[in-house]
Write a protein that binds this ligand. Structure first.
Ligand SMILES: [Zn+2]
Length: 366
């Protein structure tokens, strides 16, 4: 894979990752007249929960679902420049033009006016967009294994790069797919957030892992993975290095976790063999998801990684993929219990969903 770092007209970084042999040098210049963005991102801590909330009011003006011929993630063609100056690419990552977190945000007062108990800080972090393919009409699940493998390397590269940036406390690669999740662009792409704090969900999981380790002397994920594999009831697919299963306490109507067999803190720590194993297994899982309702499934795929500094020995890298779709055309809304109290009510059992997903395993169905 060849890695080329360039800059867009407004100074944002763009990195090409080419896996096609013989690809010409990436020399195209961004000739757009783009004003330099000055994102006014800030974070404020809720004194009641202790959780940080990000404010990014400048995002209101961002591009909203433009027609396909104006897709900003397609390669540029003469007379129609996009975010990617080149006329083709394999995988590309670049800084988000409307970031929730950025490195160049101005200082803020240290607390909300008149409320010293509500700290304010600049939202200093990093938000990147990753395009998985130049093909607008493709999807992650349709990528060849070799391309999924490249994307693994890109996620690892970006995790290492963002982890090294001052102030970044946790790196979160994710994909939002489908209009039901308010995806504003249909082009196959994901995002990477470098948060200036450790996220509440990660804090909670690390605390649980620490308690379990103290009581049992083993990582909770090691025991859970071994038990799920032994029972097999909810396992969808497994290889030498990864197992995909519906978690026994699934919160979403469709939810699959992909867990590496070895405890690693983050994507850069995966070996080449482990990355190969993921690239073979993940498209199979995505196929099962799309076959479930016989339509492209809207989903969120979320990488759980260790914080950059703290508690790295407690973390266990894994991917959580879940959908808000509970039937082919009915959405699960996060209503009173979920939104108000963070208590999930699931209408289907994880065992039922595992059975339905397994019925569409491309390896077993003939
Ligand atoms: Zn496109």
């Amino acid at each position: 894979m060849r890695r080329s770092v360039r800059h867009l007209a407004d100074g944002r970084e763009i990195i090409y990752f080419d896996d096609t042999p013989g690809t010409p040098e990436r020399v195209a210049r961004d000739r757009r007249k783009l004003p330099r963005q000055q994102p006014h991102a800030e974070i404020r801590r809720d004194p009641l929960t202790g959780e940080w909330v990000a404010m990014a009011a400048h995002r209101q003006t961002r591009t909203y679902r433009p027609p396909a011929d104006l897709c900003p993630l397609c390669p540029s063609v003469p007379g129609r420049p996009t975010e990617i100056p080149e006329s083709s690419y394999d995988v590309v990552a670049f800084e988000n033009r409307f970031p929730s977190f950025a490195r160049s945000v101005p200082d803020t007062p240290s607390f909300v006016e008149g409320l010293p108990m509500v700290p304010r800080e600049p939202g200093r972090g990093r938000c990147e967009v990753v395009c998985f393919t130049a093909d607008h009409d493709s999807s992650f699940g349709e990528l060849p294994v070799s391309r999924v493998r490249t994307v693994m390397d890109v996620w690892a590269d970006r995790t290492a790069a963002l982890s090294a940036m001052p102030g970044v406390a946790q790196v979160f690669p994710f994909e939002n797919r489908g209009e039901e999740i308010c995806v504003t662009l249909n082009h196959p792409h994901g995002q990477i957030y470098g948060y200036p704090f450790v996220t509440p969900r990660t804090e909670r999981m690390l605390a649980t892992a620490r308690d379990y380790q103290a009581e049992h002397g083993r990582p909770v994920m090691a025991d859970l993975l071994a038990a799920e594999r032994a029972v097999g009831r909810r396992v969808l697919a497994s290889g030498d290095h990864w197992t995909a299963f519906v978690p026994a306490a699934a919160r979403w109507p469709v939810e699959v976790h992909m867990v590496p067999h070895r405890q690693v803190p983050d994507l850069p720590a995966l070996t080449g063999d482990e990355r190969d194993g993921f690239a073979e297994l993940y498209p199979r899982v995505l196929h099962m998801l799309d076959a479930l309702y016989d339509r492209p499934l809207p989903y969120i795929a979320a990488w759980h990684q260790a914080p950059v500094v703290a508690d790295r020995d407690m973390a266990w890298l894994h991917l959580e993929v879940f959908s808000v779709l509970r039937t082919a055309d009915k959405l699960k809304y996060l209503a009173g219990s979920e939104s108000g109290m963070a208590v999930w009510i699931n209408d289907v059992t994880p065992e039922q969903i595992a059975d339905r997903l397994r019925a569409n395993d491309p390896v077993l169905v003939h």
